[in-house]
Design a protein around this ligand. Structure first.
Ligand SMILES: [Cu+2]
Length: 154
């Protein structure tokens, strides 16, 4: 009698301890899944977009500015830029959009690049000199020194 009672008690204890690991494993699986999803989102959002035009000058534009921010060109030779915007639309400033404005006497460019996308454009410098392009969507726009670039035409 006392033996079966003891046995029953052991069974009950076993049942309880067995239940706990399943719950904690399930919890861990959920935690890992959530963190994994978050990590995936972070990585995928900052993933480098491959340029669609491999022959173009690859240029990225982020909140930090243009990279590269200086390009050299020659009079009469077309310049093709593949402008990549890896910023996502969750940016509060400018909604992740950027643009490339170059109007200073050389060209009339105003190219907007949507979040996580890219634009390819071509222009031909007609005269020598130093020209500046900028982005006026984010970070104070034209007034922000980071949102500038220099085109040197020789
Ligand atoms: Cu910008």
């Amino acid at each position: 009698m006392s033996r079966s009672k003891k046995h029953k008690g052991k069974m009950l204890k076993e049942k309880q301890t067995k239940k706990l690991p399943i719950m904690s494993i399930l919890f861990m699986v959920i935690v890992i899944a959530i963190f994994g999803a978050a990590l995936y989102l972070i990585i995928s959002k900052s993933a480098t977009l491959e340029p669609v035009n491999k022959d173009a000058i690859k240029m990225t534009i982020t909140m930090a500015g243009f990279e590269p921010n200086t390009i050299r060109a020659k009079v009469g030779q077309p310049v093709t830029i593949n402008l990549i915007n890896p910023d996502n639309s969750h940016h509060t400033d400018g909604g992740g959009m950027h643009n490339f404005i170059l109007t200073s006497g050389l060209a009339n460019l105003n190219i907007t690049v949507l979040p996580e996308s890219q634009e390819v454009f071509t222009f031909t410098p007609t005269q020598k000199g130093e020209y500046h392009w900028y982005c006026d969507i984010c970070c104070g726009g034209k007034e922000n020194p980071a949102m500038h670039g220099t085109l040197i035409v020789a």
